[in-house]
Unconditional design. Sequence first.
Length: 285
Amino acid sequence: MDHLRWLTPIFILLITTAIGSPSENEPAVRFDSRVAWTEGVLIVTGETEVEPEYAGATARAERRILSRRETAFRRAVFDLPITSADTGAELAAKHEEITAILDDREAAGSTSGVRPSRDLKSASVELRYPIAGTIASVFQRHSIPRPVPSSASWVPTTDFTGLVIDARGALPVHGEDRDSSLEPVLLPRIYDSNMRLILDAAMIEPDFLEQWGIVGYTTDANLADLEERIGSNPLFVAADRAFGTLPANPVIPHETAEQLLTRDANREMLAEGRVVIVLDADELR
C-alpha cells in the first residue's frame, strides 16, 4: 500500500481541513489534528474568524466550531494509521458500522474552551479524545479475546509484570532492503524473529483494550511514569526489526518470545496490554 507512504516518519499527524459553512457569509472553520502518542490522545483544533460586528463575537465563533466537531473528529480518525496496513478510512470502508460508532464516541472528547488569537481576529477550540477508550476499541471489538500463543519449550525465565520494547533508532525492515524508524500506530502487532505473531489487538482483554490499548508509546525519559502499566519487574528487550507495509510492528528475538510464552503469568500479562514501546522523542513529539 504505497499510498500510506505520505504519512510522516514520526506519525505526528497534522491534517488540515476546512469544513464548509451553512451560509456563504459565515466564516469557514479550519481543523487541524495530531496525535500526542505519549499521552495517548488525539487532538483536534478548530479555528475560525471572529466577526467583530456581532455582540458576543468570540462565543459565536466557539459555537460555530463546536457545531462541526462531529465531522471534524470523524475526518481526523479516518486519517489516522490504525494498523501497519490500514488507515481509519480504509477500515471504515470495509466495515460500515465503524462510522456510526465513531459518531457516538465523539461526545467523549473534552474541550479547552475558546481561545482568541493575539490579534483577536480569530478564535480556536481544542478537542481532546483518548485514543484507547474512544478510538482504538472502535476498530477492534470482541468480547472474548483470542489466546496469546503458548510454547512448550523450556527456557530460564520468570514472571514479568510488563514488556518494554526498545525500538529507538533506525531498524531493518523485514523483507525489504532498507532501514526505518518504527512508526507508531493505534493497533500494532508484535512478532518474534521467526515471524511468529506474539500479540495483536484481538488477543487483548476488552477491559484493558478500552483502558489503555494494546501498547503504550514513550521515551526513556518518562518510562517511570508508566509503572501502573508495566509494573516493577518488566522484561526489557531491543527490537530486532520492523515489519509491515508501514513499518509499525516490532520484531523481538525468538529467545525473548520464549521467555514470555512458556509461562501462563506472562501470557496473561501480554493479554492485559502491559506493553510499552520506547521510541526516540523526536518520533513522538
